[in-house]
Design a protein around this ligand. Sequence first.
Ligand SMILES: Cc1cc2nc3c(=O)[nH]c(=O)nc-3n(C[C@H](O)[C@H](O)[C@H](O)COP(=O)(O)OP(=O)(O)OC[C@H]3O[C@@H](n4cnc5c(N)ncnc54)[C@H](O)[C@@H]3O)c2cc1C
Length: 448
Amino acid sequence: MEHIVIIGNGISGVTVARHIRKLSDKKITIVSAETDYFFSRTALMYVYMGHMKFEHTQPYENWFWKKNRIDLVKGYVNTIMAEDKKIILSDGKAIDYDKLVIATGSKPNKFGWPGQDLDGVQGLYSKQDLDALEKNAPNKETCKRAVIVGGGLIGIEMAEMLRSRKIPVTFLVRETSFWNGVLPKGESALINEHILEHHIDLRLETNLVEILADENGRAKAVTTDKGDTIECDVVGLTAGVSPNIDFLKESGIELGRGVKVNRLLETSAKDIYAIGDCAEQHEAIGNRRPIEAVWYTGRMMGETLAQTLCGNPTEYKPGHWFNSAKFLDVEYQTYGWVFSEKGKKEYEQHFHWRHSTEKICITIAFHNESKLFLGINTFGMRMRHEIFDRWLTEERTVDYVMEHLKDANFDPEFYKQYENEIVSKYNTEFGTSISPKKKSWKRIFSNA
Ligand SMILES: Cc1cc2nc3c(=O)[nH]c(=O)nc-3n(C[C@H](O)[C@H](O)[C@H](O)COP(=O)(O)OP(=O)(O)OC[C@H]3O[C@@H](n4cnc5c(N)ncnc54)[C@H](O)[C@@H]3O)c2cc1C
């Protein structure tokens, strides 16, 4: 019986395993080092915040794996011997495979800062990081201040976590405005304000220089390039992630920043594939990045690869870009492409609306000549994924989107609706006279 071995039990590794099992009777083994069972990394923050226990982050009961004949091996893979079709674990154990899937995820970036390996300095990626944070920052008495370095999604999550225990937080962000490499300036400004209102000491355009140690080798302060010294007990390093592939350096498999793959998710080595955060497309798909470190793309790659491994070669085609996240209590959704000023295409025009008092806004991107709808970002307002996906496929214009905006709203009943206000601002700015159509369930559920 063909033996498929998967390295990594994150969302990509377990998805490929589950789908191979749905499609076949092959022998499946998952080898992973971090935890015995799959858990939802995106939910780690809620464990620290007391909203759930760690067990609740495990989507499957522990018996699920045995019942589905998916063998789990807890261990770290040191070496892949591609010629011999073998992997070697750190305890010396060897496992033979017929097909191998590398799904080893990411690791937090460290940029060689002096003091980056001191006690009290940590990332937020793994279950071990969660345990470390619980130890390093159990309360505001033990951790009198934390400094977080790096203004992305994980940094703001870490700030929210620490603030939930009333721990003072200083947030060092290299950019002139929060996440402005991704968000257009109006949205980035809204999040800057929101962070400050949550009593987080946001310091923009500020870089970490050094982490200073006390006499026991624990972090006691950081210095910045603005000349400040900030006393602290915990330093969170959240300056992005990169593929977790150091163990592959001698493997002979083609590597870039990640494991290089083609559209079938094949690596340069025969019968070896890579998926999820650690995989890097030779050529990016559309406007996507060659490495996509997001949850749902890991799941999609797992589903796609299972087809190929079970005799139905299938290319990875992720469709229209979408994503969602949370900035403290403000929800963010994005569908299609809305680039920040830094990445904006020459044909891309934006329409921005912001509520006068609440943290609610949208930005719609469209083609400046054809008026083709390119994408939307929303903050503090929920929109229907299927609707925007459909409008992008149908290549609707921005005027059509404005006219039918009420169809896209997904806020619960009795939430205040803002479409009339939004469309009115659009009309004023672009000299149109669009009147928004009433929400139509028929249109929403039609497959037109
Ligand atoms: C705090 C946090 C919040 C996030 N929130 C979101 C979000 O809201 N939305 C979103 O889309 N994405 C989010 N992400 C990103 C998302 O979690 C990742 O994209 C996703 O988990 C990657 O899945 P993966 O299966 O590729 O890898 P991972 O989940 O990283 O799993 C890989 C596993 O392989 C193991 N491994 C690595 N090397 C070896 C080896 N040599 N031998 C054995 N085992 C090995 C690792 O220990 C790990 O357990 C978040 C990430 C973090 C850290």
